[in-house]
Every structure is written in C-alpha cells, then in structure tokens.
Design a protein around this ligand. Structure first.
Ligand code: SF4
Length: 281
C-alpha cells in the first residue's frame, strides 16, 4: 500500500453487524459478565478477528455439543436443528436461542406451506447452517436446495413453495423461481432474502461503479462477505478482499484516489474503522 496519496473514501452506510448478529453478540457479551465461560454452538459470526476478541472474553465457539457441558450455551442467529437443541438441553444448564427473527419468519412460512401440501424449494448453500435448519423444517416436503435454475431437473412439478436462505443473491432466487414457474402447476413464492443483505448488495453495486478501487472487508469464512466481494469485483476489477489491516500492505492502491469500502454482515465496526484509519494515514 502506498501512503501520502490524497484519498477520498466512499464508505458504505450499510456496514457493521446486521441486526441478527448484533443481537447475538450483545447477548453473549452480557452473559459473559455473569458466567465464567459462555459457549456458542458454532461461531456466532464468521469473522476471525471478532471471534478472537470474543474468545478473550471467554465466549468460546464449540462444534460438537456432545464433547462439552457447562452453564450456558448460545444457539446462533442462523438457528439450530432439533437434534442440536435436544442435545444442548441435556448438556448445558441454560440454552439461549438467538435465532434471528427473519430466520424464524422463514421457518413459519415453510410450516404453513407444508400444511397446504406444498413441496418446498430452498434457494441457498446446501452446507450453510441456516439452510440445514430450514431443510429440517421442510422434512419430507423438501424438493431440494438449489443455487441455480440449471440444477432443477426438466420434469413437471405440482405445488411448489419457494423460500431462500437470508443471505442469498436475489438474482439467484429469481432465476430459480423462473425455472420452477415454467415447470410447475402452482408456485407460491416468498422472497426471504433478508432486507439488510439486499440493502448492502445494492449499495455495494453503486459504490463499485463510483470508486476507482473497492475494498471489501470480511472474514475468510464469511459466505456473505465473499459474495459481496464477488459482486463488486464483477463491476470493478480493482476490488480487493481484506480480512484485517495487515492485508492492506499486500495490495497496490497507488492508482486509487477514490476508494469504496464495503463489508459483510459479520464484519465488526471496529475492524472497518481500523481499515479506514490505516487508509487515511
Ligand atoms: S443476515 Fe439478516 S437474517 Fe441473517 S442474521 Fe443478519 S439480520 Fe438476521
């Protein structure tokens, strides 16, 4: 990174944690004042630097509930399966559910669709926690989890209800829906992409058009940050994905006078501020 260049930064207004992650982190921090250790099922969010900060407060992610027990376990914002909930109650004195209200709303939609005998299509990543939780709710009615219309077999379908993982691209959801409309007798469509994700993607698109270069800040393992980076990179070739301030040293910003700053829903504000400070030095 070259210094002493006068730079203008265009910082996305939609930045910092989304409301679901913010709520989960704030509950965890409150509990950490009360208990020696607070365990969380999986990571509360996908950002290595923030996880490190939380670990210093003895907020510890665990993958395998079976291997631990303790006073308190937090279920993450993107939900937990029935098996995980049952096991959690056996192993921990207190189980606190931080499932995001938007995810709970998608669960409610799926339950209603099942009552009306619809098959369920979920648009999202098969391995993602939220999609696994939604698939479990759909149960035998699940037709499939898709990331593209091309994955849907050419045949005729009956009654199909479509929902999506909260952080999916809307364009992917619409593409899958279009394909199912062509092949099905009846389609019930629910756009369950989270409004906070949509606003971030729209703003990032605008910033990528205006800026000379774009810096997307997010965790290596954060699907939504990776997706945001892909989005800006398609529009602006001079886009860089950085995980922390040290990554700025590895990139060449010599020709960048106007730098756009965007970030995923699991990127903490303090990390964004660190990057901004370093860029303005
Ligand atoms: S992205 Fe949206 S649905 Fe997911 S945790 Fe954040 S606010 Fe909730």
């Amino acid at each position: 990174m070259h210094r002493n260049i006068k730079r203008t930064l265009i910082v996305a207004k939609n930045s910092g944690f989304c409301s679901g992650v913010e709520r989960a982190v704030s509950i965890a921090e409150d509990l950490s004042r009360e208990y020696n250790y607070v365990y969380t099922l999986d990571q509360l969010l996908h950002n290595e630097a923030e996880i490190k900060r939380l670990k210093e407060k003895k907020i510890i992610p665990i993958k395998d509930i079976e291997s631990k027990n303790g006073d308190v376990l937090l279920l993450p914002a993107h939900g937990a399966t029935t098996q995980e909930r049952t096991l959690a109650k056996k192993k921990f004195k207190n189980v606190i559910d931080t499932t995001c209200p938007f995810v709970l709303n998608t669960i409610k939609i799926i339950k209603n669709l099942k009552k009306e005998h619809f098959k369920i299509v979920i648009v999202g990543d098969k391995g993602h926690r939220e999609t696994r939780v939604l698939s479990e709710v759909a149960g035998k009615n699940l037709l499939g989890v898709y990331q593209s219309g091309k994955q849907i077999k050419e045949k005729s379908y009956g009654k199909v209800g479509i929902v999506s993982q909260s952080t999916t691209f809307e364009t992917t959801l619409f593409e899958v829906a279009k394909r199912l409309i062509e092949l099905s007798k009846e389609v019930r469509f629910y756009n369950t992409v989270c409004g906070e994700t949509i606003r971030r993607q729209k703003e990032a698109t605008e910033i990528a058009k205006l800026a000379d270069c774009v810096i997307a800040i997010g965790g290596k393992s954060s699907a939504n940050s990776n997706r945001l980076f892909e989005l800006v990179k398609k529009i602006n070739q001079n886009s860089f994905f950085v995980h922390d301030v040290n990554d700025l040293e590895k990139i060449n910003l010599d020709k960048c006078k106007k730098i756009g700053i965007v970030s995923g829903t699991s990127t903490p504000k303090w990390l964004i501020e660190d990057v901004i400070r370093r860029l303005l030095q």
